[in-house]
Design a protein around this ligand. Sequence first.
Ligand code: ATP
Ligand code: MN
Length: 477
Amino acid sequence: MRSIAIKELLAKQPLGDTVEVNGWVKTFRSNRFIALNDGSTIQNIQCVVDFEKFDESILKKITTGAALKIKGQLVESQGKGQSVEIQTEDIFVHGTADPDTYPIQPKKHSLEFLREKAHLRVRTNTFSAIMRVRSVLSFAVHSYFQQNGFYYMHPPIITGSDAEGAGEMFRVTTLDSKNPPMNEDGEVDFGEDFFGKEANLTVSGQLEAETYAMGLGKVYTFGPTFRAENSNTSRHLAEFWMIEPEMAFYDLDANMDLAEDFIKFTIRYVLDHCQEDLVFLEKRLLDEEKSKPQHERSEMTLIEKLKFVVDNNFKRVTYTEAIDILRNSKPNKKKKFQFLINEWGADLQSEHERFLVEKHFKCPVILFDYPADIKAFYMRLNEDGKTVRAMDVLFPGIGEIAGGSQREERLEVLQQKIKALDIEEEELWWYLDLRRFGTAVHSGFGLGFERLVQFATGMGNIRDVIPYPRTPQNAEF
Ligand code: ATP
Ligand code: MN
């Protein structure tokens, strides 16, 4: 007999049939009711056990966390809380879970506790729901781009180009750390290293994606990126997944349109495909917020927030307008911001981004035309000579969810910029070639996948939306 996934069983409800399911025990009440879950859905199947029919030695093994195979007839449930249940005829114990040592008991565990048990936390309702949403969301990402004429491109994970943001990178080396080869200047000789030069894990596939957009037209990447920034925040990981679309012949306006349309599509997709998990996560969030002071609670529930994003236009505002708003804002005047906004040119911190989104506009915001000095070298210079065609998409509860720009397509302008920043032109010879051969207006952005998952699930800490978070001082598992 073939086993059936609980999700499928509950969808079909073949009343009267003898069925077989596998799963882990959530609870075993009154020596009679097993709530079994197999991860296919947040719903459990109730298996009713007639304890007179089974040996005490078997019943003893049915504890929370044990893996079982159960066979029996599917019948309408007598109790409330479920429409169907299995009248258990056969129990096979795949593996027991000693209640004295199994850490995931049927009670509320803190998210911090569960982070230390990351190998078992997916057996909780919260984490199985998050990880199902994460999976559906990744599929939505691919669906969107594949439906809209983009090609999936795999940028290198090991990169030899250090112009992207040196200092924040993880080095990749096979040199003997105890006894590395040295050059005449007394420095480590990376010429002897595996690649014959310094190599690092990528912080972004953008530059390589640009080269592919200038041949395939529209491409996107979706892969792991690595940043050795020492920021212990609820929005930063040392290893995270980034989505980077890059489009030839797109200007900044088209880029903003795409970012908005893409994000809305993925959220709508989750609303359409993850109803049960979202209902659960919404309730979890409401419970969590009960312990917060009134003014910190959100005005909308999780599902309302998701619908709001799908149904409303993102507000597009220039950096200059944003600075005016911030300079005259209450928290700035009352010196409540940690970083006060005094003048044009200031870099925006997450407290400012969140003020604009959560307090001022009360909707997602796309800020654009930032000062050139606070943005990357490859962004296209505006006619004013001081701002660049950059954009950041800001989300409630998250801050920056995506950042992008129209790229500088003019060779001389880019060369000047590189020179001013003291970057070696040779480092970027291939990137400059794009401006030498068939250059064109092009644009793209990078969106942190975990921040999108955070938004979709309402989770406050990015460590809880990736299976095994990598953060400073932490690479267990
Ligand atoms: P932030 O200002 O939030 O640190 P950033 O401006 O350094 O982000 P970008 O280089 O613009 O980030 O990267 C593009 C996107 O990748 C960001 O908008 C964000 O969603 C995501 N991202 C950046 N750094 C991290 C990180 N350390 N962990 C998770 N996601 C990240
Ligand atoms: Mn950014």
